[in-house]
Design a protein around this ligand. Structure first.
Ligand SMILES: NC(=O)c1ccc[n+]([C@@H]2O[C@H](COP(=O)([O-])OP(=O)(O)OC[C@H]3O[C@@H](n4cnc5c(N)ncnc54)[C@H](O)[C@@H]3O)[C@@H](O)[C@H]2O)c1
Length: 255
């Protein structure tokens, strides 16, 4: 589909085979890219090890994105094997379960700051830590959701975090633009994953999409992965600071 032979791709955020990041990593591998994967926590290591084997990479590193030292260590390890990073996939988000599915004004300060740190600040932190490995033409993508733009009651504090993430993409596109590095976001329709299981109403949202979206179906990992390939690759050489909806068209509907 797209020749990515020898391109170096860092993918953050695979928890298991349902992860959006897994679909993107698999597609990158199929196009010939070399992969480095990062994960957080021992339970995830168990699941990601066989995934790394399947994707034929031994570049598997633990990195909690809230820890500057972990980020430094990750980029240090990568720089031992790669001279540059062509693609970064940031597919990470978190809010404490107790701060989801509650009236928004009940969100705790801790929950708000945690969501912002892991789901928003981490994008800047990753790019900054990777800076010396990024080259003109390098491309970064992150994942967001429509709850950034319209109220999705169960999404709560994550909606605010995603709004900040989308604004960060625009500001990062500007600040990294001088170096020729592009930064974009994909706004994905609802998918059943580890993270989304913490947010209520996914099944109902998916049923509404089947009935009401222009394409009358839910999206699959592959739909997102194909748009990711486009944004990461040179096909999108003039695109930065942008947001592409991969949601079967649901976001264009008023009701
Ligand atoms: N699933 C959906 O419906 C949907 C829709 C739109 C956008 N998204 C976004 O897609 C991205 C990926 O989510 P997903 O649905 O694939 O779920 P997922 O649970 O598979 O992925 C989320 C990842 O974030 C990682 N993570 C959490 N805290 C971390 C930390 N401190 N350091 C490093 N990694 C950490 C988790 O380990 C996990 O791998 C998220 O940004 C999510 O908001 C998901």
């Amino acid at each position: 589909m797209i020749d990515m032979k020898g391109k170096k791709a860092l993918v953050l955020g695979i928890a298991n085979k349902h992860s959006i990041a897994y679909g993107i990593a698999k597609a990158l591998k199929e196009q010939g890219a070399d992969l480095a994967l990062s994960y957080v926590g021992a339970p995830i290591l168990k699941r990601i090890k066989p995934i790394a084997e399947e994707l034929e990479t031994d570049m598997l590193f633990e990195c909690d994105v809230t820890k500057e030292n972990d980020l430094k260590h990750l980029m240090g390890e990568i720089s031992k094997q790669w001279e540059q990073i062509d693609y970064i996939v940031h597919s990470i988000a978190f809010a404490p379960r107790s701060d989801l599915n509650i009236p928004f004004h009940e969100t705790s300060r801790h929950g708000f700051l945690t969501a912002m740190d892991i789901s928003v600040y981490s994008l800047l932190a990753v790019i900054r830590a990777a800076q010396s490995l990024l080259v003109p033409g390098s491309s970064v993508i992150t994942l967001t959701y429509y709850g950034a733009q319209k109220v999705v009651p169960s999404y709560g504090v994550m909606g605010i975090a995603k709004a900040a993430l989308e604004a960060s993409v625009r500001y990062l596109a500007h600040s990294m633009g001088e170096k020729g590095v592009r930064v974009n976001a994909i706004s994905a329709g609802p998918m059943k994953t580890l993270s989304s299981s913490a947010i209520g109403g996914i099944s109902q949202a998916q049923r509404r999409i089947e009935k009401g979206a222009p394409l009358a179906r839910n999206i699959e990992q592959e739909d997102i992965a194909k748009t990711a390939l486009y944004l990461l690759s040179d096909l999108a050489s003039g695109v930065t600071g942008d947001l592409i909806f991969v949601d079967a068209g649901m976001s264009v509907m008023a009701y």
